[in-house]
Ligand binder design. Structure first.
Ligand code: CP3
Length: 352
């Protein structure tokens, strides 16, 4: 009998860890756990376009559950994408054959910002809430479902650049040269994201994660000047939802105290910081999520084990750690290594 079966009646270990409560073992889930590294995902994806999958609640629910079944993770995350709310604001969204999101009508001027709508979430993304209901019926309380949204800066960067960017030049030009339009855009995004996450909670998600994936391109000064007040307002809105909020970013070694000050019950960290050092900087009143380098999953089982152990050792017996990768699992990752990693976290942390 493995450690999982001894503890399988403990349903809320993920939520307890989010609240810094003692748990029997360290909960683990994986960013992008529903995705291309899984053959069972690729099989469905062969027949459907990515956006169509996101908008089809039955398919989205099926794909959400795949990693829960295969990996035995402690949380499900809804299969969807951070880009979907932008359509309701007025963006022409597509996904390129290469996989990345493309906005056909990027924001170029203050008048483009004025024209953006703050949509009613239930009207603009009804499929998301329908998917949540189907997933929860299937999960039947086995593990909690995490909802999510992109953070305003990361979403603004896609809206302005029209896709992924190397240096965020257009985004920063708007920040520096059109501060009123920038603040209006960020304000509209805060309102849209707040409504969207509130509706997800109403539909049944038990925690929410805010992905500020590209925030690490900003200097600390610019974070304070152009982002902080908006993120504070967002997290003040999220507190009212009464579910744990996870605040995630990458390349945040220079910004981590600022992410903490902006808000979130759990702070996500990538692998560019050691997790104990990050935790000391964040403070022990918040939970921490992370922080295995996703490329470690391409190494031998021995190396994976060493790195998992290293992270768990650095956390020690303090509560409030959710094991995860430092960023999303990569498409070519061997699925068996991912499963081995999840098992190791459970086994090595049990009773700690
Ligand atoms: O974590 C999960 O399993 C839930 C699903 C999820 C997806 N996207 C599915 C997806 C989540 C949480 C996201 C969030 C997301 N989307 C982020 C923030 C997280 C991060 O990785 O920083 C960002 C920046 C996006 C935008 C996006 N969507 C990009 C850049 C890409 C292409 C690159 C890539 O990883 O494929 C996507 C497409 C996407 N989103 C896929 C999946 C499963 C691949 C689609 C396919 O099957 O081709």
């Amino acid at each position: 009998m493995g450690p999982r079966s001894e503890i399988s009646d403990d349903r809320s270990v993920f939520l307890d860890a989010c609240r810094c409560l003692e748990t029997n073992y360290t909960p683990v889930w994986i960013m992008r756990q529903a995705g291309r590294y899984l053959p069972q995902y690729r099989k469905i994806r062969e027949k459907h376009k990515f956006l169509d999958m996101c908008k089809n609640p039955r398919l989205a629910a099926e794909v959400t559950l795949q990693p829960v079944e295969f990996l035995g993770v402690d949380a499900a995350i809804l299969f969807s994408d951070i880009m979907l709310i932008l359509e309701g604001m007025g963006a022409d969204l597509a996904f390129a054959d290469s996989g990345g999101p493309v906005i056909g009508n990027p924001i170029e001027s203050p008048s483009d910002v004025k024209a953006l709508r703050v949509p009613d979430a239930a009207e603009s993304t009804p499929f998301v809430f329908e998917s949540i209901k189907i997933v929860n019926e299937s999960l039947n309380g086995r593990v909690p479902l995490i909802g999510f949204s992109g953070a305003p800066f990361t979403l603004a960067s896609y809206m302005i650049e029209g896709g992924h960017s190397r240096n965020y030049l257009k985004t920063k030009k708007m920040m520096y040269n059109e501060p009123a339009a920038w603040n209006e855009l960020m304000g509209k995004l805060v309102d849209t994201v707040s409504r969207y996450l509130a509706e997800q909670v109403r539909a049944g998600v038990k925690a929410v994660q805010v992905f500020d994936s590209w925030i690490g391109c900003l200097s600390p000064f610019d974070y304070d000047t152009y982002v902080m007040e908006h993120m504070k307002r967002l997290f003040e809105n999220l507190i009212k939802l009464d579910v744990p909020a996870i605040h995630f970013g990458t390349d945040t070694a220079t910004l981590i105290e600022r992410l903490r000050d902006a808000g979130g019950d759990v702070i996500g960290v990538d692998w560019r910081m050691e997790i104990d050092a990050a935790r000391e900087r964040i403070g022990y009143d918040r939970a921490i999520q992370g922080n295995l380098d996703p490329t470690v999953l391409f190494a031998s089982i021995e190396t994976i084990r060493e790195r998992v152990e290293n992270i768990l050792d650095r956390i020690g017996d303090r509560p409030g750690h959710i094991f995860n990768l430092g960023h999303g699992v990569l498409p070519k990752t061997p699925p068996d290594n991912v499963k081995a990693m999840v098992d190791m976290v459970h086994e090595l942390s049990l009773g700690k």
